[in-house]
Design a protein around this ligand. Sequence first.
Ligand code: SF4
Length: 475
Amino acid sequence: MKDLKDDKLRIAFVYPRPLLDDIMANFQPLGILNIVAYLEKHFQDEITIRIFDQNVTPDIVENIIKFKPQLVAVSALTTNILNAYRLCDELREKTDAKILIGGKHVSALPEEAAKHAHYAVVGEGELIMKDLVEGMLNNKLPSEAILHGPYIKDLDEIPPLPYHYLDMDFYLDPRHNITAAMRLTRQTIFRKYKYHTIGMLTSRGCPFKCIFCYNSKKSSPVRYHSAERCIEDIERAIKEYNVDTIVFVDDEFLTNKKRLDEFCRLINQKRLKFNWSCQARADVINKEILQLIKSCGCKLINFGFESGSDNVLKLLGKGGKSSVEANLRAIQLCNNVGIKVSGSFMLGTPGETLDDINKTFKFIKENKIIVGLAITTPYPGTVLWDRCVEQGLIDMKNIDYSKLNFTLDNYLNNDVVPYDKFSKIHRGVMRYVALFRMDLSPYEKIKRISKRIPKLIRETADIETLKTFKKLLSN
Ligand code: SF4
């Protein structure tokens, strides 16, 4: 290997495009930005970094080759894993660079990922990438293909994120950074915003262990950026990028009450003006918390309600004090305080009955909330995945990751959906119809969707499907 000390080590970070980008919010690649910030802190004069973002430029391979990297680091989730593997394979063939792949999917299935790269990283990327870069600078490469990354204990050790590596015009544009779902609801909730939105992650992990979530198998503790650091990041986003809306993408933003108090105190003290939303569990909030966050700009909370049936909440291992009653109470409290509610629901959980499903539809119908409906999907790295593999529901030899998607047919649906009657209803249609539940009659909702997204309807639904759904909603 060439003596890399002659020159700066060239590192290309690659962010592959998801397979279904229309339903995913395109926030900045936060995982990559954290690692880049950390590497810059430690090797400022010794490395040259570029981020190649397939969301912005679909054909990135030629650009990567021109950059002549010695190390290529590809970030992969299950939702973009096929694109990630394709890119790894092509770059391995066309360059001499060492190819590294990391991310949640890789942490779950490192042996599979290692077939496509020189190194597959299990765990968080900062410390392991630091070791690897140090090794490359000293001409010492690891001999093993699977590298285990210890987690970073103090998140504040990671410097502010270097957004300048990205096309921030792309990420600040609401056509990209909110989901199709949110775009459809913007008339009711986002209309008054100027849409200069950014995603922020201020913690890692969640204290709960719902079986469908990657936290169900995570062994590292929950870690938080300090409130002061969050405020610095917000001030910077407002000053440098004119941000007026922040979506906190933390798994659970409201559980750490001490930090939340300080965070809100600082926002009010500094008179920072921005709208924000976050994700939270319904069983951790109360009136005081809601009043506090409302006072400093929170406009919307996304709750993982999951189901209208306590039976399903148990099946999903929601834990804590999770219950349908707690979910209803959360909606009531938010309504009283004036914070909008969006709720995520899932259908197709193994063990769910038709009665459970009807309870979920009833919940959706009776509560005026923004609704996201998904299919219970066993993602690698979750307890649900392990169970499905154990039960032989997933054939690892012939797995097709393009089908493992919460809005399309997936393994659970094909194989264990307990409700024949629903099998005709396409998930995409349910999702969009649910979003339009608001005050319209079921028929009106369907008509409106047909007008706005005729392509979706053409591709995904037939009259029978729509009729079935109409009947269900009006029951
Ligand atoms: S509460 Fe949410 S983030 Fe936490 S484990 Fe459950 S699904 Fe995951």
